[in-house]
Ligand binder design. Structure first.
Ligand code: BGC
Length: 247
């Protein structure tokens, strides 16, 4: 089944039609700059522009960088505060005229990795971390998602872990790979203390440089790079939309 997936990020909003059986794109990827300020109304207009570009009339999956419960965005760590308590599903649906599902961006990326990437066929407990502007997380138990885990906001040494372990923090603080891997190891060890995962999958743009830092990581669980790279959010969002239309 083909579905439209849209990945909403701090700098870009990216959409593509996805073949949800293969996880491959069935169209080119369209990227538009995230409007600034990224208020709900402005982002809804951008989502609608992408749907119109693809002349899309079926369901749309939208990945969003916040806790999302029943379509409502509950937090705003790296987005406009106006999102807190906003019914994103409702405003996207009324703006586009389509059926819409909204889910956390790391949960979307995790869905894609579990179906088509590094987590395919993996039983037990899997934690996926996306290292980008913030740190997103998703948790799977025998392939089932437990949504909105927010492990990026675990407090380590007095502050949110993502302030040290995001890729943005690595660049902003000028950390060496070794220094960053030390911070990331501490973050992973804390997650291990809480959850004892069987596998960590590390995603986000920096995962393409995984050979620079994964060998330096000190944790008990197996750890592998994500495979879908920057397609993961779009593919996972489209998969979620496909599930929506199956029920
Ligand atoms: C947000 C998460 C999001 C992650 C990655 C964090 O700051 O709290 O909801 O998944 O960034 O975008």
């Amino acid at each position: 089944m083909n579905m439209l997936g849209i990945d909403i990020g701090g700098s870009g909003i990216k959409g593509a039609i996805v073949d949800t059986e293969s996880g491959e794109f069935a169209s080119e990827r369209l990227r538009i700059d995230t409007p600034q300020p990224a208020t709900p109304a402005a982002v809804a207009a951008a989502v609608s522009e992408i749907a119109a570009y693809f002349q899309w009339t079926a369901a749309i999956g939208c990945a969003f960088p916040a806790v999302v419960q029943h379509g409502v965005t509950m937090t705003a760590a790296n987005v406009d505060d106006e999102w807190i308590g906003t019914n994103a599903r409702q405003i996207f649906a009324s703006q586009t005229g389509n059926q819409v599902i909204v889910l956390n961006d790391a949960d979307a990326a995790g869905i894609a990795e579990m179906k088509f990437g590094a987590g395919n066929g993996q039983a037990g407990l899997v934690v996926i971390l996306t290292l980008g502007t913030g740190v997103g997380s998703s948790l799977f138990i025998d392939g089932h998602l437990a949504p909105n885990t927010e492990f990026g906001h675990l407090v380590i040494r007095g502050k949110a872990a993502e302030l040290r372990t995001s890729d943005r923090a690595r660049q902003a603080k000028g950390y060496s790979w070794k220094r960053w891997a030390r911070a990331l190891s501490e973050h992973l060890q804390y997650i291990e203390f809480l959850m004892s995962p069987d596998l960590f999958i590390i995603g986000g743009g920096v995962s393409k440089k995984s050979q620079k830092f994964l060998p330096l990581i000190d944790c008990k669980a197996k750890i592998v790079p994500a495979q879908l790279r920057n397609r993961a959010g779009i593919v996972g969002a489209a998969s979620a939309a496909a599930d929506l239309t199956r029920v």
